[in-house]
Design a protein around this ligand. Structure first.
Ligand SMILES: C[S@@+](CC[C@H](N)C(=O)[O-])C[C@H]1O[C@@H](n2cnc3c(N)ncnc32)[C@H](O)[C@@H]1O
Ligand code: SF4
Ligand code: SF4
Length: 330
């Protein structure tokens, strides 16, 4: 029987990055289309449609070859005309079409595009305006109004002029969940405005428990401001998560992790995430980055200390996988 494929990510995602729209999240090698503009929404949809149909017909696009998200299914006698009517609507929109930020983390993956310039005032994305594209996408009925999940990444939304109008258009169209990743330096009143009206997940990368370490990592002296903002956010009906990326030689020690967890306890934050710096994958010796032995002890300690303080100690699946393998490339 003829093979047929599908990909849940492709069926659900529109990932607006600076130079391209990707049709799936996370991976930069997945299928994409070049610089979007309002007038190109039709092309964005057309390419997505073509990719879905090709997979269903058993043809795997080059960018999807070998991807573990690709699923096989029996040929269901699929008819392109039927399929067109049932073309899935986007359920996940990722907003990262801007790279400006009000700090410059030493580990940041996005900074190669913003050239480490610190931006203090809100401005337009240097790449394109997303609002007209979203408006057009709603008009064309490609966004799911019942099930939409929006992730703001970037850049930092605190210095994106379009941030509030974008949140507004998603809210007006019944967005189900809004996830905002931010450094927490500037308080975002929009979060308080939408809290309780939809599910709001705010994820703040503080990466430290002290002013000195914060300054070394974020390269700005704004630790106290973040703490004050966290005290405001914690009172809202939102999921507030704090994040710590282990940066080798800077915050990869028990003392700093202890202060970070104690800070959470003091403020009343119940959810934490410990990550490995992705830049470590570039510090390769003999073709791979080996996870140092003391990282295992740090992760063990982190879990134990969080438990003691009644804090949920999250570790991403992908980080768990790296820890199990013992390296980034095995
Ligand atoms: C690029 S940031 C943009 C959002 C926001 N400015 C922030 O820092 O949360 C998106 C996410 O990528 C993560 N990130 C950036 N560089 C990373 C790295 N080298 N390793 C692991 N995560 C990284 C940040 O912690 C953040 O959660
Ligand atoms: S199969 Fe993989 S690369 Fe292709 S769209 Fe899905 S997640 Fe992206
Ligand atoms: S706050 Fe976010 S976008 Fe800004 S430099 Fe840090 S990781 Fe990058």
């Amino acid at each position: 029987m003829k093979k047929s494929y599908y990909c849940k990510r492709l069926n659900e995602t529109l990932n607006f990055d600076a130079l391209k729209v990707y049709y799936c999240c996370g991976t930069r090698t997945g299928p994409s289309i070049d610089i979007p503009e309002k007038g190109r929404v039709k092309e964005i949809i057309k390419k997505r449609d073509r990719l879905i149909r090709e997979l269903a017909r058993g043809r795997v696009p080059k960018e999807c070859e070998g991807c573990f998200d690709l699923k096989e299914r029996e040929d269901s006698g699929f008819h392109p005309s039927d399929w067109f009517k049932r073309l899935p609507k986007a359920k996940l929109i990722i907003v990262k079409h801007f790279k400006q930020c009000d700090c410059s983390c030493i580990y940041c993956c996005e900074q190669y595009l913003s050239k480490r310039k610190i931006v203090l005032k809100s401005k337009r994305s240097e790449y394109y305006d997303l609002l007209p594209i979203i408006e057009e996408s709603y008009k064309r009925g490609i966004i799911d109004k019942e099930e939409l999940d929006v992730h703001f990444q970037g850049g930092n939304v605190s210095v994106l002029e379009e941030f509030e109008p974008l949140v507004d258009i998603f809210m007006q169209n019944g967005v189900k969940r809004v996830e905002i990743a931010t450094n927490g330096i500037k308080y975002l009143p929009k979060i308080a405005e939408i809290a309780g009206k939809t599910f709001v997940d705010v994820n703040i990368s503080i990466d430290s428990g002290t002013r000195e370490t914060f300054k070394k990592i974020k390269t700005v002296d704004k630790f106290e401001e973040v703490v004050e903002n966290l005290k405001r956010y914690v009172k809202l009906p939102i999921l507030l998560r704090l994040k710590y990326i282990l940066v080798r030689g800077v915050n990869d020690n028990k003392e700093e992790i202890t202060k970070y967890i104690e800070l959470m306890k003091e403020i009343g934050i119940k959810n934490s995430e410990l990550m490995i710096d992705q830049c470590d994958s570039e510090f390769m010796s003999g073709g791979e980055f080996k996870i140092p032995e003391y990282y295992y002890e740090l992760f063990r300690y982190y879990k134990e200390k969080c438990k003691e303080c009644n804090i949920e100690a999250n570790i991403w699946e992908y980080v768990k996988e790296i820890l199990e393998k013992g390296s980034f490339f095995k």
